[in-house]
Design a protein around this ligand. Structure first.
Ligand code: SF4
Length: 461
């Protein structure tokens, strides 16, 4: 099977200057806001450390907390289901819908449902799904997946959205005013809301102690899904648990500040059971999480709370756009998550990293992303899933670097080649480095020769 080539996909986005510049600007602004609000909290770093410890404690006792959550949720009148993988999740949700004769569903934004391919599954079953999140709805109308965890359509320009809405909703294609576009979408979605039979949402936090869930949004889309229809289904990964209600403020304080640089999300909604006359279900999904938990050196990836701070700061992500990863998860967290779903398909993603380390510095729960990138590269080499060209380069380098005389010879050879090879050859496509760089003038001597000369001059003085 062909591997995802993020470099080739990203090159197309880089070549599209207006989109790339807007994307980079918007995400860097979010990163700057994040820094400003974090600096207003003197105990910010202590909060990150504490959140990481709470998550590590929860993951170390996950079986206990999952059972506690289930018991308390059932006592609250919630139906609990366990799905071992994406297929089981989709089928379970479909069975619930079938039992209630559901035809039209509204759903809030959920990375887990994207991971499970739920929208496509339901469409095949003839179910009509309306995304209630503005960005996600834009992506649905474009027939594209989300390009960012919390801003799904951030790679688009206002003009793109105006064109899209004109196509699908007959609005003015020349009016790209955000207020106008918002009102077009609102009017269209309201017609749908009154028809929906069921609502769905993801889960940001599930509290073992209370059996309740918390969903954070900026548009209230989860609230529409949870409150308007007579049936509400929430899907959560097993890692969404926190032990106590008193742990929640710590995570809520970190989440929105890390994501968008806002003090809090517009809506932080708590659901502790169905409202009167409603039925509420929670599907708890594994889909490879237990294996990640059992993988030495990797399990900390489950601390991730999908805030997207690592995306906003990543120089590769900001320039290449989320769709270039061609995967449900993108950016730094995507390149360390996706290989655990399919090592071969996503084998090149861990190489889409400059090792600047910025993702690890901003992560509110201290997921060690830079270390996990190295871990995957090691595993890819061990399993011979890395690119053949990388392997050949490394084999040659390892032969040279293990012998001082070979290294001296190689330095001299490289210097001579740089000085005497025709310029056209050095600046050709055979040397991809020069696509975006100007070759410097070759020095007269190798560094080793220069160093030796300096040492003897120092001795003579
Ligand atoms: S890895 Fe950290 S920074 Fe990235 S999305 Fe997850 S919690 Fe946020």
């Amino acid at each position: 099977m062909k591997q995802i080539d993020q470099v080739a996909n990203g090159a197309k986005f880089i070549a599209d200057t207006p989109h790339r510049e807007s994307h980079d600007r918007c995400l860097w602004a979010a990163r700057m806001r994040r820094d400003a609000v974090a600096q207003q909290i003197p105990e910010w770093e202590e909060m990150r450390g504490l959140a990481s410890l709470v998550k590590m404690h929860t993951l170390s006792n996950l079986d206990v907390y999952l059972e506690e959550f289930e018991k308390n949720a059932i006592a609250n009148g919630i139906h609990i289901h366990w799905a071992k993988d994406a297929t089981e999740h989709n089928e379970m949700v479909y069975e619930i819908f079938k039992a209630h004769n559901v035809k039209i569903v509204t759903k809030g934004k959920s990375m887990l449902m994207d991971e499970c391919g739920m929208r496509e599954f339901m469409a095949e079953k003839g179910m009509q799904i309306f995304e209630a999140d503005l960005g996600e709805r834009i992506q649905q109308l474009s027939n594209e997946r989300a390009s960012h965890i919390v801003m799904p359509a951030i790679h688009k320009l206002r003009g793109d959205v105006a064109q899209l809405f004109a196509e699908h909703m007959g609005s003015d294609p020349t009016n790209d005013d955000p207020h106008y576009l918002n009102s077009v979408m609102r009017e269209d979605m309201r017609k749908n809301y009154i028809k929906v039979d069921a609502g769905m949402s993801g889960v940001n936090f599930a509290i073992a102690e209370t059996g309740g869930i918390v969903v954070c949004t900026n548009e209230g889309n989860a609230d529409i899904s949870a409150n308007v229809p007579p049936l509400y289904v929430a899907s959560m990964g097993i890692e969404k648990l926190i032990p106590r209600a008193s742990d929640l403020p710590l995570f809520v304080r970190l989440l929105s500040r890390s994501a968008l640089g806002f003090h809090i999300t517009q809506y932080t909604s708590h659901y502790h059971g169905p409202r009167e006359g409603q039925e509420m279900h929670i599907v708890i999904v594994d889909n490879g999480r237990s294996e990640r938990l059992a993988k030495p050196g990797y399990w900390e990836v489950l601390k991730c709370m999908r805030c997207s701070a690592c995306l906003n700061t990543c120089p590769v992500f900001r320039r290449t756009g989320g769709l270039s990863y061609d995967a449900p998860y993108m950016g730094p967290i995507g390149i360390v998550l996706e290989p655990s779903y399919d090592l071969h398909l996503y084998a090149q993603l861990p190489y889409s990293c400059t090792h600047c380390g910025s993702c690890g510095n901003v992560c509110p729960v201290k997921v060690p992303i830079p270390e996990l990138v190295f871990m995957w590269r090691n595993e890819l080499v061990d399993k011979r899933e890395d690119l053949l060209s990388h392997r050949l380069e490394m084999d040659v380098a390892s032969q040279i670097l293990r012998s001082a005389s070979r290294l001296t010879w190689a330095e001299k050879f490289a210097l001579s080649a740089l000085r005497h090879a025709p310029k056209g050859l050095l600046d050709s496509r055979l040397n991809p480095w020069t696509i975006n760089h100007v070759n410097p003038e070759a020095p007269q001597e190798t560094f080793r020769e220069y160093y030796k000369k300096q040492q003897s001059t120092d001795k003579e003085q």
